[in-house]
Design a protein around this ligand. Structure first.
Ligand code: GDP
Length: 359
């Protein structure tokens, strides 16, 4: 008899309830071979995620993060089951250069939300970890109080893979966290390269963090990035820095009038806060609430979600087509020679491409 303790039981379950979850063993169909193979217990995974069992929640995310083809099918089946109960959170993207105070802010803001009765999940997209083993977001001891709180769940960035792959995993992790009942999902990324655009494409509200510099706040920030934001937060508005932060807030608010808004019907604005003292944190939440009400009433909120999913679908199709193309044996044979000829200028590029598609 199985003497292991169940990893979780539903409320009120009796002694007999056993849920040695996640793995089942099943003999393979081949006669004469007694070895068993692991299969995932989808019912247990589904129930565990929905009951917000943290062990199972983490495993479910590990499953969608896996690059192994044998996990893919189970992960997709799990997501299919969870989709009907997902989608009810507010997804907030948070970006800013290293040192701007993202983790301090998330710690403070997350605890504030928990005080308001919310459950908060934090997911990270760390482009540095996609490129190298180093990580801009992950190494420090971060968000200590928040990470200990039972109403929070913090998941570091998947540690490998191209940005596109990491993005898919994060999107799927959002579904899982929502099915586990998280009300607010914070998706953090460092403000370098493509990652802001990636995060923008999966959140409802995008918050750009800034600090005051030597009066050159506006020069240092790219217009393209400002156009992604629904709110610019000038952090570190405390102590001697407070007056400078207020100047920056005003300058941003002026500049924002000349910049295209990220969200239809919403004037992007700038606000100050201090992740250190907590000043301004409540006002930021009020802004986000107001945003949700406005865009909810106008239908823009829902519309964005629909178009994000549609765009994601198109992206995945392109990815799949590309990957199938490059894996095809015929292409693998033709490609190296053509590459060389193109590089040496022996044949026109478009002609080389047309040869690839010749049967
Ligand atoms: P991240 O790299 O964007 O995650 O930034 P961190 O949260 O690690 O913060 C970088 C540094 O700025 C740390 O030394 C923080 O203590 C400090 N810091 C963060 N927020 C504030 C703030 O509101 N006021 C002040 N004075 N310092 C802050």
């Amino acid at each position: 008899m199985d003497k292991r303790k169940p990893e979780w039981t539903p409320n009120g379950a009796g002694e007999a309830f056993a849920s040695s979850v996640v793995f089942k063993r099943e003999s393979t169909a081949q006669p004469g071979k007694a070895h068993a193979r692991k299969i995932w217990d989808l019912d247990a995974l589904e129930a565990g995620v929905k009951a917000d069992n943290r062990t199972i929640l983490s495993r479910a995310i590990t499953l969608v993060e896996s690059n192994s083809p044998k996990h893919f099918e189970v992960a997709q089946e799990l997501l299919k089951r969870l989709l009907p109960v997902s989608g009810k959170s507010i997804r907030i993207g948070i970006t800013g250069v290293p040192g701007v105070g993202k983790s301090s802010f998330i710690e403070r803001f997350g605890m504030y939300l928990i005080e308001q009765g919310k459950k908060v999940a934090v997911l990270a997209i760390d482009p540095s970890s996609s490129l190298s083993k180093g990580s801009i977001l992950g190494d420090k001891t971060r968000m200590e109080e928040l990470s200990r709180h039972p109403s929070s769940f913090i998941r570091p960035s998947p540690s490998s893979g191209i940005l596109g792959g990491v993005a898919r995993k994060t999107r799927e992790s959002i579904v899982i966290c929502e099915a586990a009942g998280f009300d607010v999902i914070l998706i953090e990324t460092v403000g370098v390269g493509q990652s802001e655009i990636t995060v923008r494409s999966m959140v409802d509200f995008f918050l750009l963090m800034q600090i005051t510099g030597a009066g050159d706040e506006l020069q240092g920030i790219k217009k393209g990035i400002m156009e992604l934001a629904d709110l610019i937060v000038v952090n570190k508005a405390d102590g001697d820095n407070l007056p400078r932060a207020k100047v920056a807030e005003r300058e941003f608010n002026n500049a924002l009038h000349y910049i295209r808004n990220a969200t239809k019907g919403w004037q992007t604005k700038a606000q100050i806060c201090s992740a250190r003292t907590g000043a301004g944190i409540d006002a930021i939440w009020r802004t986000i609430t107001e945003f949700c009400e406005k865009t909810g009433d106008s239908g823009v909120f829902e519309q964005r979600r629909l178009s994000q999913t549609a765009a994601w679908f198109e992206d995945l199709i392109s990815e799949a087509v590309l990957s199938r193309f490059f894996q095809s044996p015929q292409i693998k044979v033709k490609l190296p020679e053509l590459r060389e000829q193109v590089a040496k200028g022996k044949i026109p590029v478009a002609y080389a491409v047309s040869i690839l598609f010749d049967d």
